[in-house]
Write a protein that binds this ligand. Structure first.
Ligand code: NAP
Length: 255
């Protein structure tokens, strides 16, 4: 193995919300490249299952994988998550802000709590994690921060004013932070998936799903792996000249 390959193999990635769906596919994909991975779920109830997932990833890909429970919407828990991952791995080179929730409803039905909860996880949670990794990444003069936005944050979607606002916020934060950190060797990018088959979209009624597919050029919903492939590139050492960008992974969705 040459020196640069060795360097890549010792990278460590923290992927928030990696107990299932897109986050789990990202963690697996990064582990496949030789990254150690810190997995995260929202609370201790899911931790035993996540620990099993971590053990399976470690065995399959020959990397270190550790599971951490933390509600990233709470600044002190996000900080503890980062501190524990740093203690376990010694460094965090890649942060993937993936954890996200929906609380859909028309504006007349949406409660203030629905709005606040979605902003707290999707936007403030990403901020909390970025803030916690910024100093360690600046010290090591290397970092990759990739946040999950959504096409809904670009085009909007009826019934999702809270979610759209949170995901548009992620784009603004990505662009601002990329300017702050670029001189320290840290890139900051966002990925905006279209409609991806996960627990989040499984809740869609069949009729709505069929109408959606008609609007997708590729003729199908995306898979978590479709998104993970793009995150994997942005996380790579070879993506060092790409920052402040938003890459749509939507199969040619007609907005
Ligand atoms: P998902 O299947 O519902 O999984 C959500 C993940 O986020 C779970 O691992 C969950 O952990 C975690 N999570 C939720 N709240 C958290 C918190 N407060 N602290 C820590 N972790 C938390 O979602 P997904 O479809 O894979 O979506 C992943 C990301 O992609 C989200 O940011 C979503 O907005 C974005 N996205 C998804 C789609 C899509 O079509 N699916 C499209 C565009 C963007 P627990 O298991 O503990 O609940």
């Amino acid at each position: 193995m040459d020196e640069s390959a060795q360097e890549v193999s010792t990278r460590c990635a923290l992927v928030t919300g990696s107990s299932r769906g897109i986050g789990l596919a990202i963690a697996r994909s990064l582990a496949e490249t030789g990254c150690d991975v810190a997995l995260n779920c929202s609370g201790s109830a899911r931790l035993p299952a996540l620990e099993e997932t971590a053990a399976e990833i470690a065995q399959r890909f020959g990397v270190q994988a550790t599971a951490f429970a933390a509600d990233i919407s709470k600044p002190e828990e996000a900080k503890r998550l980062v501190d524990e991952a740093l203690a376990a791995f010694g460094h965090i080179d890649i942060l993937v802000n993936n954890a996200g929730i929906t609380r859909d409803g028309s504006i007349v039905r949406m409660t203030e709590q629905d709005f606040d909860d979605v902003i707290a996880v999707n936007l403030k949670g990403a901020f909390n994690c970025c803030k916690a990794v910024a100093r360690p990444m600046m010290r090591q003069r290397f970092g990759r921060i990739i946040s999950l936005s959504s096409v809904v944050g670009i085009y909007g979607n009826a019934g999702q004013v809270n979610y759209a606002a949170s995901k548009a916020g992620v784009i603004g934060m990505t662009k601002a932070l990329s300017r702050e950190l670029v001189s320290r060797g840290i890139t900051v990018n966002a990925v905006a998936p279209g409609f991806i088959s996960t627990d989040m979209t499984d809740a869609l009624p069949d009729r709505q799903r069929a109408l959606l597919v008609e609007r997708i050029g590729c003729g199908r919903l995306g898979t978590p792996e479709d998104v993970a492939n793009v995150v994997r590139f942005l996380a790579s050492d070879g993506a060092g000249y790409v920052t402040g960008q938003v890459i749509c992974v939507d199969g040619g969705l007609q907005a």
